[in-house]
Design a protein around this ligand. Sequence first.
Ligand SMILES: [Zn+2]
Ligand SMILES: [Zn+2]
Length: 240
Amino acid sequence: MITEPRVHPIFSANMHLVLGRDADLLIDSGMGVAPLRPYVDALRPDTERPLICLSTHTHVDHIGAVHEFDQRLVHPIEAQEHANPTSYSLRTDGISEAFRTLFRKAGYEDLWPLLIDALPWAGYDVDSYVLRGAPPTGMVEDGDVIDLGDWQAEVLHLPGHSPGQVGLFDHDSGTLFGADAIYDGPLICDDQATSVTDYAATLRRVRDLPVKVVHGGHDPHFGKARLDEIVETYLAKWGA
Ligand SMILES: [Zn+2]
Ligand SMILES: [Zn+2]
């Protein structure tokens, strides 16, 4: 798991690197405040091996550095946004009151003036930050398999938090990469951009998988008992 500890908790997403026999897999690419590829390559025993970057969905905290990777996968519903994402600034004064209220009601601390509380290096210009995105080089849909040679995971379409979000389930070990569909922190379901109905169906679906451990898009990993608790809490909260 790779994290961005100096990014505000709302936007501090987890990335996961899976090392395989024939290829490596990077699940999400953070905010892209600083170059990510050198950091990821330093963790790989063989940088000649292909590296697949899977974007679980196209929120800013999950596709920030995706342009640094040659193989880029996303669900077709979010392909356009992946190629040409909505622009983003590290300054938060442009974030609407509606979004601030949504975050506050979800349980997050108020936004800082910047999305980061430290600069990656002295002299870093926060206004140089752009969310570039990149055209996907391939698509993933529900039921597809990501195969690294000695490790396989099934792609799960998990709409609700975003319409084209995907997670991965490794049946052999019972490991779920739940993205922003399920993590152990305030889940965000915005009536305008997301659908409570879809999200509730997604929560029920992941609850019914033979899961042993969940690695979510934010916050630390957790087990099946906590998964059940989180799902029940949100289904009740949303009246779903
Ligand atoms: Zn996120
Ligand atoms: Zn998200």
